[in-house]
Design a protein around this ligand. Structure first.
Ligand code: CTP
Ligand code: CA
Length: 228
């Protein structure tokens, strides 16, 4: 456990964490989703709690438990709900960790009735972009707030991660490469952290709990600049 005087403590800090996928409704029984298990974000939320922070976890629909001792959990389903929950809480937090796998597209309209297969035509789903939550927070963050995002890449990883760091005005981007043999739902992860100060910190493959600790330590290492 961590105490106020201990290095690595987050006592007195407020942290917002997003985790899990989002589900974008097509009709009352169907949605567009993804394979995110929520494990990385939940590990981050627990790590921050263990270090004494006040934690708000905005959690998308996951199979894992949605109640955690000492963590305020805000359950959401869609990207719009996640966006709203994040904006409801962002202003008062010191650190925001955006680990959710937010859907990039949603159906333009949601059918009020179940779409039936009867009939000659195959339905075509018109999609529209969802709001980029990380980018929207990057646009309003104050000097003293720390904003961290993830980047899930399969190719051109570094270029793409650096692009996300810049365009979303994040302080840190955690690159999650699917090329490293890491699969969805896994308990382990291999990451590289890119910082806005131009540093690139590679880590070995390890448990998501250990990755969460590496991420928090990296943030704290930069805390002078971030004035947390
Ligand atoms: N993100 C977000 N809102 C979205 C999409 C992504 O907040 N609508 C956040 C994720 O939580 C993550 C970061 O942006 O912290 C990067 O997500 P990623 O899917 O890797 O990148 P995108 O910007 O969505 O671009 P692409 O999927 O095309 O690589
Ligand atoms: Ca995306």
């Amino acid at each position: 456990s961590y105490f106020k005087t201990e290095a690595g403590s987050l006592a007195g800090k407020k942290v917002l964490v997003t985790a899990g996928p989002t589900h974008e409704a097509i009709d009352p029984v169907r949605f567009i989703g993804n394979h995110s298990s929520g494990k990385m974000g939940i590990a981050l939320a627990k790590e921050c709690r263990n270090r004494g922070a006040e934690v708000i976890l905005v959690l998308g629909p996951v199979a894992l438990p949605a109640e955690y001792a000492g963590i305020t959990v805000v359950k959401v389903t869609s990207s719009d709900e996640m966006y709203q929950a994040c904006h409801d809480h962002f202003e008062k937090v010191d650190i925001a960790l955006m680990a959710a796998a937010v859907a990039d597209y949603k159906p333009e309209t949601v059918s009020e009735q179940k779409i039936k297969k009867a009939g000659e035509t195959t339905p075509e789903l018109k999609l529209v972009k969802t709001k980029d939550i990380l980018k929207s927070l990057g646009a309003i963050k104050s000097e003293s707030q720390v904003l961290l995002g993830f980047a899930l890449e399969t190719n051109n990883e570094k270029v793409n991660a650096l692009e996300k760091l810049k365009t979303k005005n994040a302080d840190f981007i955690v690159l999650n490469s699917l090329n490293d043999g890491v699969t969805f739902g896994s308990d382990v992860n291999k990451v590289t952290i890119f910082t806005k100060w131009g540093t690139e910190i590679p880590f070995d493959s390890k448990s998501k709990t250990a990755v969460a600790s590496d991420i928090i330590n990296t943030i704290i290492d930069h805390s002078k600049t971030l004035s947390i």
